[in-house]
Design a protein. Structure first.
Length: 385
């Protein structure tokens, strides 16, 4: 007599539970490894340092009128405003004489907007309204229907609506106050697209990647990253900042997945060492790769103050002398005596520490940097803005 051997249901359930826990543990280890994996130092996403062909905006511009102003519009000297008002009223069946119009509640404006290439008819866009005449403020105004044209002269959008002004101006006969610029405003979603740009993004058989920086090393790094991610030699560098990408057959007609993967590629951008100087504000910005050769620097301030005073020489009584004015000059010379400092800035930190050690102010840094560049000890481009 034989007994049938059957698996214990309790043991089977424990085995299945163990397999599930083991699979969850393996997934957890995988995600933790991906999360803790070291990233490249100074890495940036490709979409932050480059632009792609077919992904751009189109500039639109139009001329219109803003009405409803509280006496802050264009004056009678703005003849184009009066002519525009007369033409608008005539189109509405109202005959007017431009010389009889008083456009203090109306302002002629230029309307600008940026339409993305992906915009379709009926979609909205923000527009900016700027005064063209001598209006004092556009606060409270409403833009009348204004066609917005592209560079080809065709109308792509129409703008209309109430303005949002980020400032104000008030005043009287002797004083006035102003905050920000009251002659420029925006209309959120004030433009309606009427015609789309005749461009189909998915119909491209190749694409161009334009880098924002001009550096051969960064360009080749991007080429290698793209080819490694796509599994083939699809990208090639055309010049110092342009990359040509041939689309694989599997992405033709469906480029969005490809773009999503390319935009998130990590790239470590590089470039020439540069020092940027803004003399208007005394701002000095030094790049990471700025290097110094061994050099001795001494910097001091020389201040000369010359003051003139007039002294009156009065003769004694009953004398034949005359009253004369004698000038007196007082000269004061003050020179700051700083010691000679020997600096060898192999790194940016050493350069900053060396300049700070001699008490250099931002204005002094500008003179020191220019002198170091002239002496050939500063290995970086100096750009003055």
């Amino acid at each position: 007599m034989y007994l049938n051997q059957r698996t214990n249901p309790v043991d089977a359930g424990e085995t299945a539970r163990s397999l599930v826990l083991a699979a969850l543990f393996a997934m957890l280890v995988f995600f933790l490894a991906a999360l803790l994996a070291p990233k490249e130092a100074g890495a940036a996403r490709l979409k932050d340092i480059a632009s792609f062909s077919g992904v751009r905006t189109n500039e639109l511009v139009g001329y219109g009128l803003v009405v409803g102003l509280a006496g802050t519009g264009d004056g009678s000297s703005s003849t184009f405003t009066m002519r525009s008002m007369s033409n608008m009223l005539e189109k509405m069946g109202v005959e007017t004489n431009p010389d009889d119009l008083k456009p203090k509640n109306v302002a002629a404006v230029m309307v600008t907007g940026r339409m993305p290439v992906s915009s379709k008819p009926g979609s909205n866009m923000d527009v900016t309204v700027s005064s063209l005449g001598d209006a004092k403020s556009l606060l409270g105004g409403i833009l009348l229907v204004t066609p917005l044209k592209g560079l080809d002269g065709r109308v792509y959008a129409v703008a209309q609506g109430a303005l949002t002004i980020g400032g104000f101006t008030v005043g009287g006969a002797a004083a006035d106050a102003q905050k920000n610029i009251p002659t420029v405003g925006i209309i959120p979603n004030g433009g309606v697209v009427e015609r789309a740009v005749p461009f189909k993004f998915n119909n491209q058989d190749h694409m161009t990647v334009n880098l924002n920086m001009r550096d051969f090393g960064t360009t080749m790094q991007v080429v290698n990253k793209i080819n490694a991610s796509m599994g083939g030699n699809f990208a090639s560098a055309k010049d110092i900042s342009t990359i040509e990408l041939q689309l694989p057959d599997r992405f033709r007609g469906n480029m969005v997945p490809l773009m999503a993967s390319l935009e998130d590629l990590d790239v470590s951008p590089d470039g020439k060492a540069k020092v940027v100087v803004d003399e208007k504000t005394g701002t000095v910005v030094l790049g990471q790769d700025v290097r110094l050769s061994r050099v001795a620097v001494a910097h001091g301030n020389l201040q000369i103050v010359v003051s003139e005073t007039q002294q009156v020489s009065q003769p004694g009584p009953f004398s034949d002398g005359a009253t004369v004015v004698t000038p007196q000059t007082d000269v004061q010379v003050s020179e700051q005596n700083n010691r000679l400092m020997l600096m060898e800035g192999a790194t940016l930190q050493e350069l900053v520490d060396g300049l700070n050690s001699i008490g250099a102010t931002p204005r002094d840094l500008i003179s020191i940097i220019r002198t170091l560049k002239a002496a050939g000890s500063l290995h970086a481009d100096v750009e003055v803005i």
